[in-house]
Design a protein around this ligand. Sequence first.
Ligand code: DGY
Length: 328
Amino acid sequence: MKPKVVVAYNKVSPRVLDFLSESCEVTNFERLDTESLPSFYETLRDAQGLLTSGVKVDSALLDQAPDLKIVSNIAVGYDNFQIPELSKRKIMATNTPGVLNDTVADTVMGLILAAARRIPELNQYVKRGQWNADDGVNLYGTDVHHKVLGIIGMGGIGTAVAKRAHFGFDMPILYHNRSRHVEAEQTLNAVYCSLEELCKQSDFVVLLTPLTPQTVKLIGEKHFNWMKNSGIFINASRGATVDEAALIQALENKEILAAGLDVFEQEPVSPDNKLLTMDNVVAVPHIGSATHETRLKMAMLAAENLVSGLQGKMPPNMINREAFENLL
Ligand code: DGY
């Protein structure tokens, strides 16, 4: 008998569903809302696998899924998973590192360029017919090339950003990370420094750290004070890694020049959020990895992780490996 798998992801590709269906009995929930939720929980009751992106997998959900063997996230970040709870219940957890690095790095460069050169704001000028509204100086932006880039979180995505900045934009790179990244130091001249030094010396501060209990509100008032008044802050990690009230204050008080944000404390972001009223904030709806090609790769990798776990093998991208080392 094929194992039962629940897919909770909007618009998963038919290719991924076909792959899963070869070895699993699949039920697909494109949307979880008040209408579909009872049926989702009903289907989870005897499911062995759950493939999802961003659905909160905590004890409340796991209590409804007593047969679950593996949860597979279609994302590299897995702050939606309660890992200790999953390990305690001997449920494998997997994610999708690597395949999205270049795409997210492209998004980060896009946010840097958009914020520094004020592209969304000036796009509005042109579309409103205000091309000649002033003498032009008010439309000037700030250079990106040769400016100092500070990267907080030098993993695969951070390295891909550093590569673009170093080779493409001649930017000196500073970085802060849990551990030293010798290769980035050797090949990209990246310089390791404290968070304080990074904030003080960088023209662009890019936050890429995963959300963990240790990184909640990692960046707050103190860091924005350290930053240059001409500094631009980019967040492509998770909204909760930043004290959003402090960011709003820093922008209002002109302690920093601008921000480029892919993520927000609350998502979808509230239309009342003050950040959305500021011309010097470029906001996109958590689309760091959202291209057709990369989202397909991520979903396929997540499906492969899921299938190998259900086949009794160690999935290639297992998060809670320690809990299983002696079991598989
Ligand atoms: C991730 O993979 O964690 C991204 O944030 C999803 O777009």
